[in-house]
Each structure stands twice: as structure tokens, then as C-alpha cells.
Design a protein around this ligand. Structure first.
Ligand code: 6PG
Length: 237
């Protein structure tokens, strides 16, 4: 595991954007699962300016989780990604593998699980992403696997239907078997509200296992935490 600390959220965006650009240009990284929420917005805005001339023709984008809403809904991770990145780069439409948030969740979880099987390389019997980008909630959730449903992490399925603990909003999420099979996993974690869980999880303090983010441990061992000082503030220097 590697920790990449930056002074601010904007610097995390710059640092991660440079990292991703190198993966795409040098490592020919192809299959990337995006995360939702607010942190990626800053990254996408930066990439839309600094990576717009990148050759995106071989990059395929997926979502690690999506809210069960239409793509026009303000809550849609796809809508956020379209506005902040996809509308500003030259990427083939067929390379965008949207989760159909408008469809029946149980059917879409099954369909998207099959999409992963069809589109991704199958390595040791499982679909393998080149890169999975994850966020972490203040409650230690990641993708859309929340502490109250941590059992979803261990699902035999590639995707599951999750329920947000506060809003009750249904979401489609990839599961632990897919996340930990990725070649590389990158956490984007910023803000003081994350600092306690970052410390708990990285220091493996008592009870850390109840937070889904603590279960992210790719078999490749290639896990990088991109954090700002606020999120990393409770870690010993
Ligand atoms: C989502 C995300 C979610 C997010 C975390 C962190 O759909 O909301 O996938 O897992 O990554 O909640 O969100 P922030 O980056 O906004 O803190």
C-alpha cells in the first residue's frame, strides 16, 4: 500500500490526474471504474483541462457504483461525470459503460455484472479492471457498500443492489470480489471528516474491520491512497 499526501483537495486532483495520465499513456491502462461523490468532480475538472488531448480512444470507463436514478437526475454519478469530464474529452461513446440507474435495480445489478464479464479481461475466472477508483464516506463506506450492509462486500455476484442508510436511496455497486481483483485500486479521500476513519483503518485500530473501506486489499497489493492533509491529519507523521 502507498500513501500519497497532498496539501489540498485541488492538489490531490492535480496529483491523481498526473498519475492517471501516466497510466493511460505509458501503461496503456484501459478498463477504469470511476467513483462518484464530490471528490472526483475536482479531479475530472482538472483532467478536462489538462488531459483533454490525451488519446482516450482505447480507454473504457465504468462506474464502481451508481445511484438508481435516471441519468438526468442531479444525483446521478454518470451525469456528474458527463458534465465534468465526458463532455470535454474525445472518448468513443461505445467506451462509456453506463450503469442504467433508471432500470429496475435488481435487473440492472445482474445486467451490469454481465457487462463486466463481457467487457473486461477474465483473469483467474474473474473480470479484472486495470484501475478501480474509490472514494470513502465519513462512515467508512466505499463504492456503495455501507457498514450496515457490509455483507454485500462478500457477495458472490459482481454487482449488488445497496441501500443508502440515511436516504434509503437504492444503488448499484460492484462488490469486493471485483474490487480486490483489480490490477490497481486508488482511493481518493479528502476533507477533515474522513480523518478519523482514515486513521482507524490505516492503523488497523480495534473494530476497523466493520468499515467496508477497510476490506479494500487488492491481491495485486497495488493500493494507493491519494489524500489531502485534512484527511490524513490524524495519521502519525
Ligand atoms: C457515491 C460514491 C461514494 C463516494 C464517497 C465519498 O456514489 O457517492 O461512490 O462511495 O465515493 O461517499 O464521497 P466524497 O468524495 O464526496 O467525499
Amino acid at each position: 500500500m502507498e500513501l500519497q499526501k497532498f496539501s489540498t483537495k485541488t492538489e490531490v486532483a492535480h496529483g491523481f490526474s498526473a498519475y492517471l495520465e501516466e497510466l493511460i499513456t505509458k501503461n496503456k491502462t484501459t478498463h477504469i471504474a470511476l467513483s462518484g461523490g464530490s471528490t472526483p468532480k475536482v479531479v475530472f475538472d482538472y483532467m478536462a483541462v489538462h488531459c483533454k488531448d490525451l488519446d482516450w480512444s482505447t480507454v473504457h470507463l465504468y462506474w464502481g457504483d451508481e445511484r438508481c436514478v435516471p441519468p438526468s437526475d442531479a444525483e446521478s454519478n454518470y451525469k456528474m461525470t458527463l458534465e465534468h469530464l465526458l463532455s470535454k474529452i474525445d472518448i468513443p461513446k461505445d467506451n462509456i459503460h453506463r450503469v442504467l440507474g433508471e432500470d429496475i435495480p435488481e435487473l440492472e445489478a445482474e445486467r451490469y455484472g454481465k457487462v463486466l464479464e463481457q467487457e473486461l479481461p477474465i483473469v483467474e475466472g474473474l473480470p479484472q479492471f486495470d484501475l478501480v477508483i474509490l472514494g470513502m464516506g465519513d462512515d467508512g463506506h466505499t463504492a456503495s457498500i455501507f457498514p450496515h450492509e457490509i455483507n454485500l462486500w462478500h457477495s458472490e455476484n459482481n454487482c449488488e443492489v445497496a441501500i443508502h442508510p440515511d436516504s434509503g436511496q437504492r444503488r448499484i455497486t460492484i462488490t469486493g470480489k471485483v474490487i480486490n481483483h483489480a490490477k490497481t485500486v486508488a482511493f481518493l479521500v479528502t476533507g477533515a471528516a474522513k480523518s478519523e476513519k482514515v486513521r482507524l483503518i490505516l492503523n488497523k485500530e480495534e473494530g476497523y474491520e466493520k468499515y467496508p473501506a477497510s476490506l479494500v486489499a487488492p491481491t495485486s497489493n497495488d493500493l494507493i491512497w491519494f489524500m489531502d492533509e485534512e484527511a490524513a491529519s490524524e495519521l502519525s507523521q
